[in-house]
Design a protein around this ligand. Structure first.
Ligand code: UFG
Length: 322
């Protein structure tokens, strides 16, 4: 059978490179587009992917890629992903996340590409009314990042009129690394996420960890999140490809781990993993746009994709911190 060709946008970012790696292992032809703004070139062990350095905002260059390649399915991971930054640079987020996705959809319409897998986020829910969160619960983002992803989702769903079938994944908090190929989170800019920040403290690059906020509506008053290992998350994309080819049906899935931990619990678990103390303070100051708790109900993805995460928080922490 002829190899299927998959275009991965942002295919060298943290999420994108882990998906690309798995696709190459599973014998797909992969074309990666990436502007390298927040990523680096990478040689995968398989080393048989096409890399094109372009920005998804460059419609002319994007058009050339589609003209020159027959693409069966697009995995659209390219985007800006920092909640805090999105509040400070809203137009940049609307530009890359919304206009970028419009460009991808325009290309799909023009070149009659039927299948899309989209990286959305738990941030679309805002502060959930109930826990764990179900896919059809209220979407009321409390930060610009989540708003851009919600607009993207609606544009994608409306684009079914062009024959586009999609799987939208709402990622909860992704962490860990693929240990085989050492594919870890490696941004060009500042580190702002919890796990990489803990790592910086352990490696003496930061004096101490600041846990943002001590008056959230949670048991220990710090935020609660649902951390899914990147290997599990990447694997869900393989299942989604098979699902789209087989059922040709659009779906929206929460992609979470079935577990939740507070920021304070994470620090305590990290101390256990490294068998050492971590220097931290809990500050009164909240970070703008942080919901109290994000925790996924994963029944839908279990039922339809037969997806069950294999890795737990200790795997995540061990991979992250070693
Ligand atoms: N945190 C700290 N100190 C730090 C860094 C983070 O206390 O130095 C806290 C945050 O305030 C938050 C928690 O750790 O309470 C997790 O923060 P991250 O920045 O690691 O992740 P976010 O929950 O803000 O966002 C991540 C992704 C989003 C995604 C979201 C979904 O960046 O793309 O998870 O849950 F939408």
């Amino acid at each position: 059978m002829e190899k299927k060709t998959i275009l991965v946008t942002g295919g060298l970012g943290y999420i994108g490179k882990n998906i690309t790696n798995l696709l190459l292992k599973n014998n797909f032809k992969v074309i990666v587009i990436d502007n390298l703004e927040n990523s680096f070139k990478h040689k995968f062990k398989e080393n048989n992917y096409d890399f094109i350095k372009i920005d998804i905002l460059d419609l002319n260059k994007l058009n050339n890629v589609f003209q020159e390649n027959k693409i069966d399915i697009i995995i659209h991971t390219a985007g800006m992903t920092k909640v805090n930054e999105s509040e400070k640079k809203p137009l940049k987020y609307f530009d890359v996340n919304v206009s970028g996705t419009i460009n991808i959809l325009k290309m799909m319409e023009k070149f009659k590409i039927k299948f899309l897998i989209f990286s959305s986020s738990a941030a679309v829910y805002g502060n959930p009314k109930r826990i764990p969160i179900k896919e059809d619960d209220l979407k009321n983002p409390i930060n610009v990042y989540g708003l851009t992803k919600l607009i993207d989702e609606k544009m994608i769903i409306k684009s079914e009129i062009y024959g586009i079938k999609s799987i939208i994944f709402r990622y909860f908090n992704v962490a860990g690394k693929n240990t085989e190929n050492n594919l870890f989170y490696n941004p060009r800019g500042d580190v702002t996420h919890l796990f990489p920040s803990i790592k910086e403290v352990i490696n003496n690059k930061k004096e101490k960890l600041i846990i943002y906020g001590n008056n959230y509506n949670t048991k220990d008053k710090t935020c609660i999140r649902d951390y899914i290992h990147i290997d599990d998350l990447a694997y869900a994309h393989l299942l989604a490809i098979n699902y789209l080819f087989k059922y040709q049906k659009s779906e929206i899935f929460n992609l979470g781990s079935k577990n939740k931990y507070s920021n304070l619990e994470i620090v305590k678990l990290a101390e256990k993993v490294i068998k050492n103390k971590i220097n931290y303070v809990i500050s009164e100051n909240k970070r703008k746009g942080d919901p109290d708790i994000l925790f996924a109900n994963t029944k839908n993805i279990e039922k339809k994709l037969k997806f069950y995460p294999k890795k737990n928080i200790i795997n995540v922490l061990t991979d992250e911190l070693n």
